[in-house]
Design a protein. Sequence first.
Length: 473
Amino acid sequence: MPGLSRYSKTDAPLQLIGVWVLTMLLSLAVVLAFSQPVAATSMSSLRISSVGGTQNIQLGLNKSVIVDLPREVSEVIVSQPTVAGAIMRTRKRAIIQGVALGETNVFFLDAAGRQIAVIEISIVNDAATLSAALRRIVPTSSIKVDTFGERIILSGSAQSTDDINKVMAIAAQFAGGEENVANVITISGAQQVMLKVTVAEVARETVKQLGIDLSASLSLGDLTTGLLSAPPLGGASGVISGSTMNAGFSAAGVSIDATLRALERRGALKTLAEPTLTALSGQEAEFLAGGEFPVPVGVDNGVITFEFKEFGIRLKFTPTVHSSGIIGLEVDTSVSEPTTEGGFNAGGITIPATRQREAKTSVQMQAGATLAIAGLIEDKVRQQFNSLPGIGDVPILGALFRSRDFVRSQTELLIMVTPYLAQPGGMARLPTDNVNFSGDAEAIFLGHMEKLYGVGQGPGSGQYAGSIGFVLD
């Protein structure tokens, strides 16, 4: 008849095979649906369509899920009521609530005691709340949160160590302590910081001394009298003048001797130290170029005991790279050297003092920026007069009976720091690259310690203008 489809007996086996394949696919889908757990962060309801199956779910602490069952329930059994609770809203609908962290299962039975469904429940911390907080507080990082009971696993990537510290602090509050947080976060940003410190100092000193030692004697018969005026020098400057000029006069029982002591000294000091050190973000690095010298501290049974005092260039710092590009620095730097100024002599042993410039601070700055962390401008004037009372105050003539000790010192000191984000680079130029000691002939006949570079030497060709080398005498 028109409009009806017809098939032969040979088509029947093909149709049976198709029905069998479709049945197998549906059965496989049902098995997979019951074997995979459902994430608690995305579940608000659960529908169970087949009877006798087992469902695995994760549920957030203090969260609930609605369960729709295929049959009417007569009995509900919760193995751990302190972990989860079950409330029957109708005969075929239940609400399961997460009460405490842990694991339990819920059995749903019908009137004949047959199993309708079993739900295996794992109550965990709700990762959605923590994930949302981390995305809001640390937006530049990509952090993934996984929970296992009361434990939290943090993975993903962060821009800096500072971001990881923030994430750990937040997660520790959420999980009840750092011992419940596992951190496997990787850092994607640059984490090595190179710090260049410049210590520049110029010191000038002027010392002026002028004094007259005057001695006179008068002899009249058996009477002899004399006058001696020798005002001391070196009280203000600590320097004893060694420059003297003598003059004397003697006639008719009168003898006068005068010694003029005069000194003028100028001194200048220039110090430039540029220590450079590289460290990982959050880790301390320390650098020292110098040494130690012994200082006597006591005598025990004729044996002098010593302590060693450090001197040289020291740099110690701890960098912290922030995601905003700011670098936090804890810097401790010093430049010290032994000096005779301020030292003293004891028992034939000269004990030197130490001249030290030191700065210790914490700053935040951009990479490549330079910041002066310490500075000093000092101008000191010391002046001392020694004179014979009374006569030393007489104008003009009193200059013969007094001495003057004058010292002026000026110091200008500046300490600057410049941090850089360290990146791999090519081979750096070494200080020893251009050092080439001269041979015997150049040293003996020309007096050169090093060879001087001339035309056409070195890489390439051409002419060098000026002196080439690291240190040239």
